[in-house]
Design a protein around this ligand. Structure first.
Ligand SMILES: NC(=O)c1ccc[n+]([C@@H]2O[C@H](COP(=O)([O-])OP(=O)(O)OC[C@H]3O[C@@H](n4cnc5c(N)ncnc54)[C@H](O)[C@@H]3O)[C@@H](O)[C@H]2O)c1
Length: 357
């Protein structure tokens, strides 16, 4: 692996590049250049001269109009692909062919064929491919996952994702389901460690000229948990929360504030503090209002955590922080939601298994 001479004493820096310098790409540029100590931002690429100038002004990184020229000339160790989703496949294949490890933004690609080609190319090249499912790196979600894994809620009944906000005029190529639902579908699979066995959705197109902008979806998981998705581009206030209800209470994680609040059910049978105990005959049979407790969360920028873990995985030779197959499943489940909404048919059985195969 080639490496620059900058960085922490004794540790050569990884050579980083960014493809696509729009709203999200600018954040990758900033984190590589200003936040990560063991990474050097070497070069960036975007065909838009304005975006290129804005990203390189005041930085040592070189700018390229064509990503391929950047890959050929700069021998990068790691690359973020932050171009529009329809270009993810081509840019990823070119980056991998140049020997770089790749973090591609979510959704992994536009369709299954592209995602599979990218996964295959990474295997052939012997390089890492990971996907920017940024909410997995949100400290509130990490703390929630740790607490759920300890059994703090007992049996989980429902996970509800709320992702509401104003209309983003710049997103024209996909609707709200493919743009936003992969975040929450991925978080639900990440937290529950279970696969959906049935799903249904309703969508509406109220303002967007080409795609749906209002979405409600339901997924029934194999472990019995109901996943509810309430996502739109029509709310004049940005709200992003995840609510998990179980027999011992309810957790509400706020993705934006990185808050995690616990509402206890004082009637619950408290066996989780004694994990060795057999609780099979102790079931919670009533619910009442209990205490509200704010759990401590060490706030960090999720993108900085994500890119630091990508760089660490590149140094260590893997594994990718988010397996590209998980990202492909999140995309395919989002596509099944769109299908269910347009056909009015519940997706289950073989039709759903095909997305998860
Ligand atoms: N993880 C997240 O939370 C998150 C948030 C926003 C966007 N995204 C993803 O990031 C990607 C980019 O989204 P955005 O909102 O920054 O879009 P954007 O439209 O703001 O920026 C895209 C940039 O890509 C450039 N571009 C176009 N063709 C290119 C090419 N051939 N090579 C290199 N660059 C090219 C454009 O000129 C533009 O500057 C999308 O896949 C999107 O889904 C992820």
């Amino acid at each position: 692996m080639s490496a620059a001479t900058h960085g922490q004493p004794g540790t050569p820096s990884l050579r980083a590049g960014v493809v696509g310098l729009g709203m999200m790409g600018r954040n990758h540029v900033r984190v590589y250049d200003e936040v990560l100590p063991d990474v050097e931002l070497i070069a960036v690429a975007d065909p838009d001269p304005v975006a290129l100038r804005r990203a390189t002004t005041g930085r040592a990184a070189r700018g390229y109009a064509d990503p391929r020229t950047m890959f050929d000339e700069e021998h990068l160790d790691l690359v973020s692909i932050v171009a529009p989703t329809s270009l993810h496949r081509q840019a990823t294949l070119e980056a991998l062919a140049s020997g770089a490890n790749v973090l591609v933004e979510k959704p992994i690609a536009s369709d299954r064929a592209d995602a599979e080609a990218m996964i295959e190319a990474a295997q052939q090249a012997g390089r890492l491919l990971t996907v920017g499912h940024i909410e997995r790196f949100n400290p509130a979600i990490r703390e929630l996952r740790r607490r759920l894994a300890r059994g703090e809620l007992g049996r989980i009944f429902q996970v509800k994702a709320t992702r509401l906000g104003p209309f983003p005029a710049r997103i024209r190529d996909v609707g709200v389901v493919l743009d936003l639902a992969p975040h929450d579908i991925d978080v639900m699979r990440f937290l529950l460690d279970s696969e959906p066995v049935r799903l249904y959705a309703e969508t509406e197109q109220r303002i967007h000229t080409d795609h749906e902008d209002l979405f409600n979806g339901v997924m029934k998981f194999a472990n019995g948990v109901i996943g509810v998705l309430d996502i739109n581009w029509l709310t004049p206030n940005k709200r992003r929360t995840l609510t998990v209800t179980g027999e011992r209470g309810m957790y509400v994680a706020d993705y934006i504030k990185q808050d995690l609040i616990f509402y206890s059910n004082p009637d619950a049978v408290q066996t989780w503090e004694n994990p060795g105990a057999d609780d099979s005959d102790q079931l919670t049979t009533s619910v009442s209002e209990g205490e509200m407790t704010q759990r401590s969360v060490r706030r960090q920028e999720p993108l900085a955590v994500e890119l630091a873990e990508f760089a660490r995985a590149v140094r260590d030779g893997g594994p990718p922080p988010v397996a590209p197959r998980d990202a492909m499943i999140a995309l395919l489940l989002a596509q099944k939601m769109v299908e269910a909404a347009s056909s009015g048919v519940v997706v289950s059985g073989a039709a759903l298994a095909e997305a998860l195969a």
